[in-house]
Write a protein that binds this ligand. Structure first.
Ligand SMILES: [Zn+2]
Length: 107
C-alpha cells in the first residue's frame, strides 16, 4: 500500500481520520503532533511504557534485549526515553518474545 501523503510504499498504511485517506503511521503521527500535541504525547508515552514493561516482563537488561530485537542498545534506550519510535517489525518481535516468555512461565 502507498501512503497518500508522502507517497512512500509501506505495509503500515492505514486509514487516518486526520487525513481522511490512507496514510503511513509516520505521516499520521506527525499530523497528530501538529493538531493535537497532548494526544500525541500520550500515545508516545504509552509506547514508551510498553517497551519498558515488555523488557521487564522478559527480565532482560537493555544490553540483553538489543541483539534479540536486532537493534542497538542505543535504540532501546531511545525507545524507552521516547526519543525514537520502534519500527513495526521490532514491536512484533518484542510481542513474540513476550508471548514465548509467558508460555514458559505459565505452567
Ligand atoms: Zn506517509
Amino acid at each position: 500500500m502507498k501512503c497518500s501523503s508522502c507517497n512512500k510504499s509501506s505495509w503500515d498504511v492505514r486509514p487516518s481520520r486526520l487525513f481522511k485517506s490512507v496514510v503511513c503511521n509516520e505521516c499520521h503521527m506527525s499530523r497528530l503532533k501538529l493538531k493535537d500535541p497532548d494526544l500525541h504525547s500520550v500515545i508516545i508515552e504509552q509506547r514508551r511504557q510498553h517497551i519498558k514493561q515488555s523488557r521487564q516482563t522478559l527480565n532482560l537488561t537493555q544490553v540483553q534485549l538489543a541483539p534479540l530485537l536486532g537493534v542497538s542498545v542505543k535504540s532501546i534506550k531511545n525507545y524507552e526515553q521516547g526519543i525514537r519510535e520502534p519500527s513495526k517489525s521490532v514491536l512484533i518481535l518484542l510481542e513474540q518474545l513476550v508471548k514465548a516468555e509467558s508460555k514458559r512461565g505459565g505452567q
